[in-house]
Design a protein around this ligand. Structure first.
Ligand SMILES: CC(=O)SCCNC(=O)CCNC(=O)[C@H](O)C(C)(C)COP(=O)(O)OP(=O)(O)OC[C@H]1O[C@@H](n2cnc3c(N)ncnc32)[C@H](O)[C@@H]1OP(=O)(O)O
Length: 417
């Protein structure tokens, strides 16, 4: 069902109209064409996932795309449609084009067997109405040079090697580390297409904002095995008081605690620098535990990945639960009525769950938006209840249900897609 105004139509964009697709997003996101960027950063939306709304005059008025992810979730991973490149021309906005595109996106994703959709929101107010819930937060920290870290055995034995970032030399290495980290981190979408992988190390001069070209620091153990890598660049700043360079860390990938410690120790003590800016970190990142004195850090909390449950019984049964639970959920879903109504979720000691239709009285009543927020294990159902966002039947054990939906590792997605 389309809610498009008269004369507008939705279509999958044929490859030969890719330039028109891109032109709409340039206008919507204020990203002028620039050969210095466009020649080195590949277009990444797969051909069969470019969708547009054509205006009555035959021009594209709105576009969106999606990426085919396997999204890590508590105890597993699920097929996920990563919604991206959503843009409506300023002269066609607020007449329902986004609403029609989201409708089409949800339907097409379900047809492909994608049981959830995820996104990064340009403006957080937009997507809740479509059933997306903010499922993770991330931290960004600015640390003073020399911030001391607690000791970690084995860190000092690792060798740091610094090189200019180069796709040919480091692309596969960085991708492999990124995928290995994903195994343990809900929300950590990996770069599933070659174009997305190239973008991970892309560093066109207009993106540098005055910093040096991107560098890669790798850490290896005594056998020569790589245990982690960080990509970063320093921005020079000479102040009257002396050098105050900034270290901007784009990504830090570590396979163990020693590698994490070694990489941060290196980045926190570079000559001429005064501050170190972290990339998006999960709220439980090891760095937050390692800092001897966290107070000088300036920390900002941001909304990270948003999740929309598309196929409720499959999605809920595809993740694991941290504690046994037997609960009846009554779910509201205005856009996907197949999800609406009462579901019994039973998980045992293994964490695996069965999700079935039921007519039993509900323990918890909630919107699919709140279910999406809970899905990666990073939100507390008890906190949602305290905020009045979910209703819990008197007598239901909200703490037990909340404990089951929670997960010991905080979710995060490490890159904005
Ligand atoms: C996953 C991503 O790609 S996020 C990127 C989103 N894109 C951008 O931010 C680029 C710039 N903005 C745009 O292109 C457009 O303004 C969009 C895509 C945000 C909205 O497109 P529109 O076609 O104007 O939205 P549409 O008319 O379908 O509005 C649907 C509803 O969302 C609301 N809405 C849409 N955009 C916004 C916004 N930025 N802030 C608040 N409310 C909004 C509308 O008021 C409407 O509300 P309703 O449900 O009460 O009727």
């Amino acid at each position: 069902m389309s809610t498009l105004p008269d004369g507008y139509r939705l279509l999958q964009v044929p490859a030969q109209r890719q330039d028109e697709f891109v032109a709409v997003d340039r206008l919507a996101f204020v990203v002028p064409a620039d050969p210095a960027v466009d020649d080195v950063v590949p277009f990444a939306v797969p051909d069969d996932r470019m969708v547009a709304v054509e205006a009555p005059d035959g021009e594209f008025a709105a576009v969106h795309g999606s990426f085919p992810f396997r999204l890590p979730v508590p105890g597993g991973a699920v097929p996920c449609a990563g919604l991206t490149w959503v843009g409506v021309r300023p002269d066609h906005r607020r007449r329902g084009l986004l609403r029609a595109m989201v409708r089409a996106h949800l339907d097409r994703a379900l047809e492909r067997g994608e049981v959830v959709s995820a996104l990064f929101a340009s403006e957080p107010v937009i997507y809740g109405r479509f059933g997306y819930g903010c499922a993770a937060d991330n931290l960004r920290m600015t640390l003073p040079r020399g911030a001391a870290l607690r000791a970690v055995p084995g860190s000092a034995d690792l060798v740091v090697r610094l090189e200019a970032a180069d796709e040919t030399r480091h692309g596969a290495l960085v991708h492999d580390l990124h995928e290995r980290v994903a195994a343990a981190r809900p929300g950590w979408a990996t770069r599933t297409t070659p174009a997305l992988r190239v973008r991970a190390l892309a560093d066109p001069p207009p993106w540098r904002d005055g910093a040096e070209p991107l560098l890669v620091a790798t850490v290896t153990d005594a056998t020569g095995a790589v245990r982690g890598a960080a990509t970063f660049a320093r921005k020079a700043a000479w102040e009257p008081t002396g050098p105050a360079f900034v270290v901007r860390v784009r990504q830090l990938l570590a396979l163990d605690a020693a590698a994490t410690h070694r990489l941060w120790s290196f980045l926190l003590d570079l000559d001429l620098t005064a501050t170190v800016e972290t990339p998006m970190l999960p709220v439980d990142d090891p760095l937050t535990h390692l800092l001897v004195d966290p107070r000088p850090a300036r920390t900002r909390l941001e909304d990270n990945v948003w999740v929309r449950v598309l196929d409720l019984p499959v999605a809920l049964a595809a993740r694991r639960y941290a504690a046994p639970v037997d609960v009846v959920l009554d779910v509201r879903d205005a856009l996907l009525p197949a999800n609406a109504g009462r579901w019994r979720l039973v998980a045992g000691a293994s964490g695996a769950a069965e999700v079935t239709r039921t007519g039993a009285e509900p323990d918890v009543t909630l919107d699919v938006r709140e279910l999406g927020a809970l899905y990666l294990g990073g939100r507390s159902l008890a906190a949602q209840a305290a905020a009045g966002l979910v209703q819990v039947r008197g007598g239901a054990d909200v703490a037990a249900v909340a404990a089951a939906f929670a997960w010991p590792v905080a979710p995060v997605c490490s890159w904005i897609f």
